[in-house]
Ligand binder design. Sequence first.
Ligand code: SF4
Length: 345
Amino acid sequence: MSRENLVGRLPSELEDLAAALGASRYRGRQVATWIYRKGVFDLEAMTDLPKDFRERLALGACIAVPEPERVEPSRDGSRKLVFVLGDGSRVSSVLMPDDDRMTLCVSTQVGCGFECRFCLTGVMGLERNLTPAEIVGQVLAANRLLAPGQRVTHIVFMGMGEPLANFAALVTSLRILSDARLGVGYSPRRITVSTVGLVPGIEKLGRENLKVNLAVSLHAATDQARERLMPVNRSFDLAALMAALRRYPLAPRQRIFFEYVLLDGVNDTPEEARRLAQLLRGLRAKVNLIPFNDWEGAEFRRPPLPRILAFQSVLLDAGITTTVRWSKGEDIGAACGQLRESVTA
Ligand code: SF4
């Protein structure tokens, strides 16, 4: 009989488990603290738990954190961690150092079913959803890999997959990662969930009141242009998406991030920038422009630098905070839209 993984369980579920084993709920809180706060994955090392409780726990449960199969360092300091999961599937996370930040980009699905035309992950198709253990496990594994004293400081759900299409596992993972008392303890302000614009998912996420940041992959300012790049726009057009975003509950000073990949000759004209500014009018928004990261077989190219800067200045002139995000890890296939691992071992 396979033993249940304690990683990916909410602290309250670990309390329930302790109670079911005849121990006090406090024992469950201790287990949560060892795994999530202290990063200890060996029941034997949890020295303040009574030996008989540890033994009973070990009979039906284990602590399994994904091991990176390989770590690929980039020239720019970022590192791609490739994990082999229990069924042989592979997913990636990317560690991106920047000044005093250490951002981890995590995956939520093996592959992705949304087929954005500029994204290599979309070419794979969807294999399956990740479990909370596999999502939270990426963060725990990355923290274990870092040098003593270093820790992931920010988490972005922008790796393989569409987070809101794996909603239940996403929300459980967010609760564990942001639980300040018994979870991993990240401030929700340091966690960003990215979506292609699944309107029902955005509404549901708003109701969860998790206070994490929301990033929307926009990539075009008209339905016609967006449909060409992102088939999901046929299900949720820009009017529906923008209406949902205007209703999204934002904390004071919180903004919605808009990701916009710049594709040469496709969506990079000053006119398109003006349409984008119009679309975002009145929203607390920040735009991240991402010059396209090339991959073999891609039908798109990165625009020349002057065009990138001209696009940015139209938005800045309209009063919209806009940065150009030069992706990390381009040389190791770890940049935005480049994540693709062979699915089986
Ligand atoms: S950009 Fe995101 S949603 Fe679109 S295909 Fe790639 S991984 Fe999927």
